[in-house]
Design a protein around this ligand. Structure first.
Ligand code: SF4
Ligand code: FES
Length: 355
């Protein structure tokens, strides 16, 4: 279904909830334009439908326009996932000419000073507002993505109002997923129960009010769930994620899993990686599942949840996702919320140099 190209880990922002790994790929290790083009060719031949240019900040790549044109020429649906701060008028015009189909623009908050503080980029919010206007003026569909957590979730109504005012077709209210930098900063970011209740009610009220006008997607935090999400729609089932240096990964956090060698698109064809590599087949389907997943009637709905979360929380990637109430480790999620309750709000910003 989808190919996610993390073109670069470079980014002008420093969001403490970033799901990129703590050890980011150095700029000199990034694939070159010709290598990315070959990956796009292989993806099109494999039957991939959509390509998501991501990062880091994909607009930081000087050859982004060239890559979008190449993907578009291969019949792939093209999406850019961007912070918008580098999306100048000239960049927008070139991307449009290259055939871009969709842009997802992320926001840190609806309140200017807080948005700039959380993104670690003064003036960033104003640039995003300009970028949103350009996207709409270009006639492209706009998804406004708001990542919410303890330090901004109380302003969810203002975020929805901002998305509406910008003319978004779709608003995403996405609670932080705790991987990479987000996991490092978890205690400062996890929402408290009353905040989650307020946010969920606000989203439901807005969905009713805006029915038929725009769509609101809502991603809830796993720490409050009774059943896990079908992470990536199932391991090795719908997506291939390629890191800036060319590692093919079943999900963005897969590099945290020990005991895996992730194949490089520099050395191996995408079709081989997809069909035969240990990295993509080990947790595919349900034959790998432990109890109680293997006899559970939800096993082909959530595919046992998230392997990276199972490792991060329970210490074993092959165990039941602790987000599931049937997991013997489920209580660890509640303990994380308890620990976060009185934790310091200080955040460690995401930096290329690491922690
Ligand atoms: Fe999903 Fe496994 Fe929990 Fe069943 S036991 S709901 S398959 S995580
Ligand atoms: Fe890796 Fe969920 S993020 S399986």
């Amino acid at each position: 279904m989808g190919l996610i190209l993390e073109l670069t880990h470079r980014c002008p922002l420093q969001c403490a909830y970033c799901s990129n790994p703590l050890t980011l790929d150095a700029p000199k290790s990034e694939l070159g334009a010709d290598e990315w083009k070959r990956v796009l060719d292989e993806a099109a031949a494999l039957g991939v439908l959509q390509v998501h240019f991501s990062g880091g900040e994909p607009v930081a790549r000087r050859d982004l326009v060239e890559l979008v044109a190449h993907a578009s020429g291969r019949g792939l649906y093209t999406n850019i996932i961007t912070s918008g701060v580098l999306l100048t008028e000239a960049a927008m015009a070139s991307l449009l000419a290259a055939g871009i189909d969709h842009i997802q623009l992320s926001f840190q908050d609806a309140e200017v000073a807080e948005a700039d503080r959380l993104g670690g980029y003064r003036g960033g919010h104003a640039k995003k507002l300009e970028a949103a206007k350009r996207i709409r003026e270009a006639g492209l569909p706009l998804t406004a993505n708001f990542v919410v957590h303890r330090q901004n979730v109380d302003r969810v109504e203002a975020m929805i109002a901002l998305g509406e005012a910008l003319g978004a077709d779709r608003i995403e209210i996405a609670h932080v997923q705790y991987y990479g930098w987000g996991l490092l900063n978890r205690s400062a970011l996890l929402p408290m129960p009353d905040q989650l209740e307020h946010c969920t009610a606000a989203v439901q009220a807005a969905r009713t009010r805006l029915k038929g006008v725009l769509t609101i997607d809502y991603v809830v935090p796993d720490y409050y769930a009774a059943r896990p999400k079908a992470c990536m729609g199932g391991w090795g089932k719908l997506f291939i994620n390629v890191s800036p240096s060319g590692k093919a990964l079943p999900c963005h956090a897969a590099e945290t899993l020990q005991g895996f060698t992730f194949p490089s698109v520099r050395d191996q064809a995408l079709a081989d990686i997809w069909a035969t590599s240990d990295a993509f087949t080990r947790f595919r389907g349900d034959s790998w599942m432990p109890d109680p997943c293997k006899s559970c009637d939800r096993r082909e709905i959530d595919w046992g949840g998230c392997r990276c979360q199972a490792l991060a929380i329970a210490g074993d990637a092959a165990s039941v996702d602790p987000a599931c109430a049937l997991s013997p480790d489920h209580d660890l999620m509640r303990q994380a919320i308890d620990q976060a309750r009185d934790a310091s709000p200080a955040l460690t910003p995401r930096r290329l140099a690491g922690v």
